[in-house]
Design a protein around this ligand. Structure first.
Ligand code: NAG
Ligand code: NAG
Ligand code: NAG
Length: 453
């Protein structure tokens, strides 16, 4: 009688022990995963970094420490690591209000889209994605679930144009490939673009000798292009400010990149921080995340001209009624896009001694007054005494320019046939994409901007 009783007792004890062990293991596992999630999720009390905080950081080599993901740069870098040795994903992205199967999809876009899908069929392994408005939020949630503050910023944006700009950066940062506006057509097989064509790349690199800069140690690590932009505007005239936001404006209606490229990370950081602080619906919630010492960095009402205008109400938070064209330029558009690119380039030549700069446009054989050579003195001075990338490096270029893994194409590549600023016809060898300028809401915004100025 005693023995079975004991055995029951001892069995109970063993069961308890096993149960306890299971509970412990479960708690450990849950804690581990929660902790990971907790780490990755943005904490609103943490600082949103601004460009003022990046001066001591090597933006090219920056890597996040998994145990300390408290700021947005760290979280983005951790969630989307940049892998320069991988090829550029062969995908073309476009976005529009509705899908191509909708009756509201404009007939002329259908013909443009056919050109893209045809050129994708010709090229090896390319794929095509059109993202209609109704897919945007679920898609962003699947891409940026770990960094929900990005989605908050996107949703808070008080204008469709801001969102359309932000969306293209977010898509390419997360997935890579070519983004091109819905009103563009490809002019060349996608395989022939310099960025993805090994033969042309090799020729391009062997024909060029690297341009020195102050830190340059005369050796570089060869890198394939990871971020490809074209020149949108290069108005070489004294009154250029009447027409354009920047003297050299990079084009963001078509660009190409590998996922996780640090330029896009910096751009997304800038836009997110500006949005969370400048927009009425969320600025209060994110007050704790901003660094008061650099509070103007976050304020879209405080960029240069407007910043100096004392009659302007800088504290006015943004709602859809008070967003105008200049805001769009400096908040999400070609203005901020161009600033971030040039700042990034200056940062990497300041912090690294092995950056390859290739610019055949600077060669002495070029005609001096109508080519980049005209700025030779300014360029060498800026690179060799200040390690700073001047916009002049990209002015009047006919041949592509390489800065580390950033390939800058001449105005002809994405803006051929515009008959100004040295743009060559659509039949030119460097002409890759033609912009048909049919994006109606964008034109409206540009008109608003011109009327206001
Ligand atoms: C965004 O970039 C602009 C232009 O470089 C700069 O003036 C501003 O301070 C930046 N803002 C943030 C939040 O980084
Ligand atoms: C936008 O930024 C540019 C460059 O920083 C500046 O020159 C311009 O005045 C800004 N626009 C406004 C409205 O602040
Ligand atoms: C360049 O411009 C200067 C002054 O405008 C002129 O004297 C010179 O002849 C020009 N050179 C060329 C090669 O066109």
């Amino acid at each position: 009688m005693i023995i079975p009783k004991r055995s029951i007792l001892s069995f109970d004890r063993r069961k308890k022990q096993i149960l306890l062990l299971l509970v412990c293991a479960y708690t450990l596992i849950v804690f581990h995963f929660n902790n990971k999630k907790f780490d990755l999720r943005f904490k609103t009390s943490a600082t949103l970094p601004t460009s003022s905080h990046s001066s001591g950081i090597n933006l090219k080599k920056y890597k996040a420490d998994r145990r300390n993901l408290r700021d947005l740069r760290a979280q983005l870098s951790y969630a989307f690591p940049y892998e320069p040795e991988k090829p550029i994903p062969r995908r073309v992205w476009q976005t529009w209000k509705v899908g191509a199967d909708s009756a509201e999809f404009p007939a002329e876009f259908r013909t443009f889209q056919k050109d893209w899908t045809a050129s994708i069929e010709e090229a090896e392994l390319f794929q095509y994605s059109l993202v209609p408005d109704s897919y945007v939020l679920p898609f962003l949630q699947s891409l940026y679930g770990e960094v929900p503050v990005i989605i908050e910023a996107f949703e808070a944006m008080p204008s469709h144009i801001l969102k359309a700009d932000f969306l293209r950066y977010l898509l390419i940062y997360a997935r890579g490939g070519i983004y091109s506006d819905i009103d563009t057509v490809p002019l060349k097989p996608l395989d022939s673009w310099l960025s993805v064509n090994p033969t042309s790349l090799q020729n391009f690199e062997s024909e060029n000798t690297p341009v020195p800069y102050s830190n340059y140690a005369k050796s570089f690590k060869k890198v394939d292009p990871g971020f490809i932009v074209g020149i949108e505007a290069d108005p070489d005239r004294p009154d250029w400010k009447r027409w354009y936001a920047r003297r050299i404006q990079f084009c963001q209606w078509t660009f190409q990149a590998k996922p996780g490229h640090p330029i896009l990370r910096e751009l997304i950081l800038n836009i997110t921080a500006t949005t969370l602080n400048s927009v009425s619906s969320c600025s209060k919630k994110f007050k704790k995340s901003i660094d008061l010492e650099h509070s103007r960095d976050y304020n879209v009402n405080y960029r240069d001209k407007r910043g100096q205008d004392e009659s302007y109400d800088h504290d006015a938070l943004k709602v859809s009624e008070n967003v105008d064209g200049t805001d769009i330029m400096n908040w999400t558009g070609p203005g901020i896009f161009s600033d971030i690119i040039l700042n990034y380039m200056s940062n990497i030549i300041n912090n690294n001694d092995d950056i390859m700069l290739l610019n055949s446009n600077l060669q002495s054989s070029r005609r001096t007054n109508e080519s980049t050579k005209k700025f030779y003195k300014k360029i060498t001075e800026s690179l060799q005494t200040h390690n700073k990338m001047p916009w002049e490096f990209f002015s009047l270029i006919e041949d592509p320019v390489l800065v580390d893994d950033i390939l800058v194409l001449p105005i002809t590549s994405f803006s051929p046939g515009v008959e100004q600023m040295e743009s060559k016809p659509t039949s030119d060898e460097m002409a890759y994409v033609e912009h048909m300028f049919k994006g109606t809401w964008k034109d409206e915004a540009d008109n608003n901007q011109q009327n206001k100025e």
